[in-house]
Design a protein around this ligand. Structure first.
Ligand code: GLA
Length: 386
C-alpha cells in the first residue's frame, strides 16, 4: 500500500479528523547473535523492507480510536484507563506504548489507521515494528523530543511490562535505528552501536529468509526458561568469577569453568559465549567483504542453537540443511527466538533460484508444510514519511 492510499483510507475512516502524519517502522531479520541480547551481548540484525505504516492525527479528547486495514477491524480505548484487551490483542502493543509515554508525559487522544506487510507470527518482529511505529507516531504528533534509542527502550518496556513478553532490546532497537544498506552491530549492554555497510549487493549476494510455517508455540515458556538458565549459569560461575555480571563477561578462556556446570546450564552458557565471539568475528568479516567466512559463522551459529541452546526444531533444521546443500549458499541458520519461524541464508544471486526450487520441492514433501520465501534488502529504520 502506498502512503497516499493509507492517507485516503484514514480520511474515509475518520472524515472529521485533521490531516494525519504517516510513519513507518520495519521488521527485522537477525543475521547472527541469537539469544545474546538479554545476556548483555552482541547482535547483528538488519531492518527489512517489510514494514508497518501508521497514519495518525490528534484528537481533542483522551480517546484513542484505531482501525487496522489488514484485520478490517477497529477498536478504541481511553488514555485515562488503559487495560489489556483480550479481544483485539493486536491493540495491546499500541496500548502498551501509550501507557509507557504516560509515565512521563501527558498525551492527547489520537485517531490511527494502520497497515503492514511484515509476515506475522514468523519471528520477523512485526510486534516490535508496531511498537516502534506507534512510539514514533506519538512522539511526533505530540512534539516530544525523545530520541530514537529512548523510543526503542520505551517500546521494549511496552512489550515487557504491558504485553508481558520478556524480550531483549534487539528487535525494537533495529526497527528504530536501522539504516538502508546497512546492518546494525549492537552492544546490548552499553547500547553503543555501529551501522556496518552491508556488502551483499556489491558481492552479488542476497539475504534469503524462509518461513518454516511452524507457529512458534512454545516460544514464550521456553524463552523465559532459557533466560532463567542463563541467569542461573551466571550465579554458578560467579563463585569462581565474582566480577562477572552476565554471560557477556565470560570469555573463551573461561570455557573450562563453564564445562563444570550442570549439563543444561553448561550448554546454554556455551552457546551464548561462543555466539558473542561469532558476532565479533562476523562484523570483521563483513567489513572485509568476506562472505565465505561470514557464512561459516552462520552455519556454526545454527549448530550451536540446535545442539547447545536447543531452540531449533526439525523443520528449521531441514530448511537449513536444504539451504546448505545448495552450492551458492554462503551460510544458513535459524533466526529469531526459534521453535519455528524463519531461517536466514546468505546466498549468491546466481543460486537464489536454485535454492527456491530445492526448498519448494523438498520442504513440503518432508515436512507437510508450505514455506514462504522472501529476499529482503536492508532498509531504513523507523521514520516519518509525511
Ligand atoms: C526474540 C526477542 C529478542 C531476542 C531474540 C533471540 O526475537 O524478542 O529480544 O532475544 O528472540 O535472539
Amino acid at each position: 500500500m502506498t502512503v497516499h492510499e493509507l492517507v485516503e483510507a484514514f480520511r474515509r475512516q475518520f472524515p472529521d479528523a485533521g490531516e494525519p502524519i504517516v510513519v513507518r517502522a520495519p521488521g527485522r531479520v537477525n543475521l547472527i547473535g541469537e539469544h545474546t541480547d538479554y545476556n548483555d551481548g552482541y547482535v547483528l540484525p538488519m531492518a527489512i523492507d517489510a514494514q508497518i505504516m501508521l497514519a495518525g492525527s490528534l484528537r481533542d479528547d483522551q480517546e484513542v480510536h484505531l482501525y487496522s486495514l489488514d484485520f478490517q477491524s477497529g477498536d478504541r480505548f481511553s488514555l485515562g484507563e488503559i487495560q489489556r484487551s483480550t479481544k483485539a490483542t493486536w491493540t495491546n502493543y499500541i496500548r502498551g506504548v501509550c501507557s509507557m509515554f504516560l509515565e512521563f508525559t501527558p498525551l492527547k487522544g489520537m485517531n490511527i489507521v494502520l497497515t503492514g506487510n511484515v509476515p506475522q507470527g514468523a519471528g520477523l518482529s512485526s510486534s516490535a515494528a508496531l511498537e516502534v511505529g506507534t512510539a514514533l507516531l506519538i512522539r511526533n504528533l505530540n512534539g516530544l523530543d525523545t530520541d530514537a534509542v529512548e523510543l526503542a527502550k520505551l517500546a521494549q518496556r511496552a512489550e515487557n511490562e504491558f504485553v508481558g513478553v520478556n524480550c531483549g532490546i534487539m528487535d525494537q532497537f533495529i526497527s528504530g535505528l536501522g539504516k538502508q544498506g546497512h546492518v546494525l552491530f549492537l552492544d546490548c549492554r552499553s547500547l553503543e552501536y555501529e551501522l556496518v555497510p552491508a556488502p551483499f549487493a556489491d558481492k552479488n549476494a542476497s539475504v534469503v529468509v524462509i518461513d518454516s510455517g511452524v507457529k512458534r508455540g512454545l516460544v514464550s515458556s521456553e524463552y523465559n526458561l532459557r533466560r532463567s538458565q542463563c541467569e542461573a549459569a551466571v550465579r554458578e560461575l560467579q563463585k569462581d568469577l565474582p566480577q562477572i555480571r552476565a554471560l557477556r563477561d565470560v570469555g573463551a578462556a573461561d570455557l573450562v569453568l563453564v564445562e563444570k556446570l550442570p549439563p543444561d546450564l553448561c550448554k546454554r552458557a556455551r552457546h551464548v559465549i561462543t555466539e558473542n565471539q561469532r558476532v565479533l568475528d562476523a562484523v570483521k568479516y563483513l567489513a572485509a567483504g568476506d562472505l565465505r567466512a561470514f557464512g561459516l559463522l552462520m552455519n556454526q551459529s545454527h549448530a550451536s542453537l540446535r545442539n547447545d541452546y536447543e531452540v531449533s526444531c526439525q523443520e528449521l533444521d531441514l530448511l537449513v540443511e536444504l539451504a546448505q546443500s545448495v552450492p551458492g549458499t554462503y551460510g544458513s541458520r535459524m533466526t529469531g527466538a526459534g521453535f519455528g519461524g524463519c531461517t536466514v541464508s546468505l546466498v549468491d544471486n546466481d543460486y537464489v533460484g536454485r535454492l527456491k526450487a530445492v526448498v519448494m520441492e523438498q520442504y513440503p514433501a518432508q515436512s507437510g508444510l508450505k514455506p514462504r520465501i522472501f529476499v529482503f534488502n536492508a532498509s531504513e529504520g523507523a521514520q516519518q514519511l509525511v
